[in-house]
Write a protein that binds this ligand. Structure first.
Ligand code: SF4
Ligand code: SF4
Length: 316
């Protein structure tokens, strides 16, 4: 599979980055052993880049997959921690959780955070910088859906890697247009930041436009990797073959899972927590004070699932 160099980090990673969110408890919730097998299969097929997060709760799955192999992929993780102490906890959790000696990329997990991120989460950034000096973290990144924050990352010398959201439909982009996001990412690339893209398939919602969506993401630059969340060997094989140039795969593709994020109306207490957590503006409250998800705006990120205190939201 084609490899790209992630900016000035020097990391040579595959064009596909294996996204771990969908197989974890926020989404498909595969058994740990099954998820580890799917991930390991992707690594067997040549993928050498993994993306996860403290919030995804997939460290056990990754640890199990890595335990069975000699090669070591590049792993990116992230945390929403704001304070120094909380980020320190997140770093230790990642090291122990995945059983690794260092962390290749550690992002400030910043979905819809604004350009004040570096001020608001100064403590967390200082912690990442300290651990980078110690060699525990190799590079620091920002994962974001926000065009203005991507622009700000271009001029921030502390940031080595940017993980921005972009797709051909603009689904999930905040604070700007698709074109503005494209330009902001390009600016980061010119400044030597490593780039890999998030939600090229709109979190699975653009699966019926697979070819067009992937072509759009792949044509943005020769230097970007693309994170793709995968939950089955079949899906992994389809994506790997596609990225290796075998585009005529209609006969084997069965990766249209038709999954959607759903609120159980009987369980919802009307607390509105999910409305604030959704960065895509997909959740509103109905007349009956129950939350409602507009599927045309949902990018299936799972953040509302994690936030709901009543466990009323599920990926089905
Ligand atoms: S967070 Fe859960 S309980 Fe609260 S409004 Fe949303 S779905 Fe309902
Ligand atoms: S409704 Fe939930 S899963 Fe969908 S975009 Fe909003 S937070 Fe993400």
């Amino acid at each position: 599979m084609k490899k790209v160099i992630l900016g000035n980090t020097g990391y040579e990673v595959t064009e596909i980055c294996f996204g771990c969110l969908p197989f974890g408890p926020l989404q498909k919730n595969l058994p740990v052993e099954e998820a580890a097998e799917v991930l390991s299969y992707g690594l067997d097929l040549g993928i050498n880049f993994i993306d996860t997060a403290q919030m995804y709760k997939t460290y056990d799955h990754i640890k199990l997959a890595l335990a069975k192999r000699k090669d070591k992929p590049i792993i990116a993780t992230k945390s929403t921690a704001a304070a120094y102490e909380d980020m320190e906890i997140a770093i230790k959790e990642a090291l122990e959780g995945m059983g690794v000696e260092h962390l290749d990329i550690f992002h400030l997990h910043s979905a819809k955070a604004g350009t004040d991120l570096f001020e608001v989460r100064k403590g967390a950034l200082e912690c990442l910088k300290d651990y980078k000096k110690k060699g525990v973290i190799k590079t620091i990144g920002v994962s974001t859906h926000n065009v203005k924050l991507v622009e700000a990352c271009a001029d921030n010398d502390d940031i080595d890697v940017v993980f921005p959201l972009i797709n051909k439909a603009g689904r999930g982009i905040i604070n700007g247009t698709i074109e503005e996001m494209k330009n902001a990412i390009s600016k980061c690339e010119q400044k030597g930041k490593g780039i890999y893209l998030m939600k090229a398939l709109g979190g699975g919602t653009l699966i019926d436009d697979y070819e067009e969506s992937m072509s759009y993401a792949r044509n943005l630059s020769d230097n970007y990797s693309i994170a793709i969340g995968m939950i089955s060997k079949e899906e992994v094989l389809y994506n790997v073959k596609y990225f290796n140039g075998e585009h005529d795969l209609d006969g084997i593709i069965k990766i249209r899972n038709c999954k959607k994020v759903n609120v159980s109306q009987n369980v919802c207490t009307g607390c509105k927590t999910c409305v604030d957590k959704c960065h895509s503006g997909a959740i509103s409250m109905g007349d009956d004070n129950k939350s409602f998800i507009d599927q045309s705006k949902c990018i299936q990120c799972g953040y509302c699932i994690a936030a709901c205190p009543a466990f009323a939201i599920r990926m089905i």
